[in-house]
Structures are given as structure tokens and as C-alpha cells.
Ligand binder design. Sequence first.
Ligand SMILES: Cc1cc2nc3c(=O)[nH]c(=O)nc-3n(C[C@H](O)[C@H](O)[C@H](O)COP(=O)(O)OP(=O)(O)OC[C@H]3O[C@@H](n4cnc5c(N)ncnc54)[C@H](O)[C@@H]3O)c2cc1C
Length: 375
Amino acid sequence: MAAVENVLVIGCGTAGSALAILLSRGGIAVEIAEIKPSLNALGSGITLQGNALRVLRDLGVWDKVSAVGFPFESLGLRAPDGSLLAEIPDARTGGDDLPATLGMNRPELSAILNEEAQAAGTTIRTGLTVDALTDTDDGVLVAFSDGTTGTYDLVVGADGIRSKVRGLIGIDVSPKPAGMGIWRVHTKRPKDIERTDLIYGGPAFIAGYCPTSADTMYAYLVEEARPRESINDADKPAHMLALAEGYGGAWEEIRTDITDPDRINYTWFESLLVERPWNRGRTILIGDAAHACPPTLAQGAAQCLEDAWVLAELLLAADTLDQSLFDTFMDRRYDRVKTVVEGSLQLVAWQLAHVTDADVPGLMGSIAATVSQRP
Ligand SMILES: Cc1cc2nc3c(=O)[nH]c(=O)nc-3n(C[C@H](O)[C@H](O)[C@H](O)COP(=O)(O)OP(=O)(O)OC[C@H]3O[C@@H](n4cnc5c(N)ncnc54)[C@H](O)[C@@H]3O)c2cc1C
């Protein structure tokens, strides 16, 4: 008999839907409670590294992901005028039979994972959250926001960086601003952009882009964090354009599309790391609810997917659920996630301090070596 018969996952993002797919396929009854009223995801693009793609292949969705995403194998470094300075091969952290990197549109990734979870037997309830979690002798009694209750063998908080579950189980950790803010625009892909190119040394700390399909990409500019309340929607194009003015090359074409506030997003870089263990009794946090990092290494979603993969593997292999299973989970996840969070923050710190001789390739190489190993 499996360690658990029924599981409640709170949050239908990358981590929650990935876990639901694996557990449902393993014969466990899985319900997801998602606070949003519908599963239609927002957002522009996402850069997925090989180790994320490896989990997506294990989830059985690689064919769908690769059909819509845009794979590439190198990173370009350019000067602010657009001229190419260097071309660095990307590490194939998911193995040689997967691309090094793939960009895709977030709503498409989300739809693929949600559909796969439902096809595997997961029940997804939207417009719903949890108000209380009470450990009983052999499960968790859950009070939902619609007044209903349920009892589950395991509850998984996959409700993102501002996790409510984290607070409900008494873990008092909040996201910390990293000091930078990022402007992103979802735009059309100029035909000659076939990978991510980064520019350091212009008006922004980083200017970059990532193709997300044959026709689309997202472009971004990273600057020192400004008060979020100082930005109103109508002014977003003007703010982003002012920074983008300092760049040539592909940015001349990108600039012409920085017009629609609805396709421009501004957010802060934040980080969070819950000390191990990530469970209290039979409720455990995974994904951004437990750890989050600025996207300087583009490892956020990869670490969420790996959490789901490892937890599912342990739950499906065990016949009882006790603290030793959670401790084994932490042994396989904590140091790796900490390395990624700290590495992502180190890159931010070097930029903020204008360190010019930092060993960026050394840091990136060492993270790539770590995440190339199966977790
Ligand atoms: C600016 C930026 C750029 C990024 N770029 C990249 C990138 O290029 N590559 C990469 O790998 N990572 C990137 N990341 C990180 C990545 O997006 C996250 O690590 C990942 O999406 C987290 O997945 P998650 O499932 O843990 O949480 P989320 O995706 O946040 O999902 C949480 C889900 O829980 C739901 N929820 C929230 N609260 C409740 C509640 N109380 N009850 C029920 N449901 C709830 C939410 O609606 C959501 O559906 C980036 C992050 C940022 C901020």
C-alpha cells in the first residue's frame, strides 16, 4: 500500500500541477484547491533550463512542450549598441538528449500541466483556498474557504511565494526584496533572435530577451528596485521605453512594441528560503512557498519541478508516511535549493555593487554542474 491514499495540493502552479500529475498516475486520489477563479494563466514567457525539461519529460509532457516552445543552445553577450561580444554554449543540464534551454509562453506551460493533471485523474477546484489545517492522529483536517471540510493523508502547500499555507502551519518567513526590479514586455520575435542575448553595462543592469515560440518572445530590463506604488499602469510603456532607449541592435525593433501597458509587467526580484524541514506534521511546502530566487539563473521553475518529482518518488515508493520520509526529502532538496538561491542572489549582489571582475562564468558553471545531477 502507498504511504498516502489521498492528497490535497493547495495551488495549481508549476509545482502543484507537476506533483498532482505524478501522484495521480501512481493511483493516489489528488485534489487541488486553486484560489484563482479559473485556470486561465496570465504572464508572458519563461526560460526553462535542461533540468526543468528533464522533469517535464518525466511528466510525459515533453512532446507538447517542445511543440510550442523555442529551444536554444547558447547565450550571447552583447554591448549596449547591440554588437556581439561573446557566445557561450549553454550547459545541457537535463542531459544530452534534451536542449540546453527552452523558452515558452507561461500560459501554454500552465495549460499543458493542468490538462495533464486532469487527464491523470486530479480534481481541480478553483476559487477555493484553505482557512485552517488541523493535524489529527493520521491525517490533516482541512477547513476550506467555501465552508466545506475534508480529511487528507497529506496536504501540500504549493501556493507560491506569498504562501498562505506557510503561515497556517506556523512558518514565519516572508519574501525579501533583492534590491532590483524587472520590466518585461511580451512581444513579437524578430526573426534573427534565436536565443537569449544579455547586455551588461547599459542604462539597466541587464537587458535581455528570450524567444518563447516561433512568433513570440519576452524582453526585459533589470534596474534598481523602485517603489512599486510609484508605477501606474498607463505609465508603464514610458518607464520601460526610457530604459530601452539606451540600447541598439535588436532593441531598436523591440522598442517599437513597448506600447501596450497590458503586455508590460514590472516586479521586484525577491528571495525566500525556509529552513529545513519544510513540513509541520503532515503538511509540507514545495516550490516558491518554500524557496524562491531572483531569475538570474532561470532556475526557479526547475527547482519547483524537482521538488514535485522527488516528493512524488518518495511517496510512491514508501508504505508509511512519517518524519523520516520528509527528512529524506529534505536531504535531497535542501542543499541543492540553497545553492541555487544563494547563487542567484550572488549575481544580484555583484551587479548592485558594480563588481566588474566577478567570476560569473565560474558561478554559473558550478550551478550547472550541481543541477545536472539528478536530485
Ligand atoms: C520576474 C520573474 C521572472 C522569472 N523567470 C523565471 C524563468 O525565466 N525561469 C524559471 O525557471 N523561473 C522563473 N521565475 C520563477 C518561477 O516563475 C517560479 O519559481 C515558479 O513559477 C513558482 O512555481 P510555484 O508553482 O511554486 O508557484 P506559483 O507559480 O506562484 O503558483 C502558485 C499557485 O498557487 C495559487 N495560490 C496562491 N495562493 C493560494 C491560496 N491561498 N490558496 C490556493 N491557491 C493559491 C496561485 O494562484 C498559483 O496558481 C521567475 C520569477 C519572477 C518573479
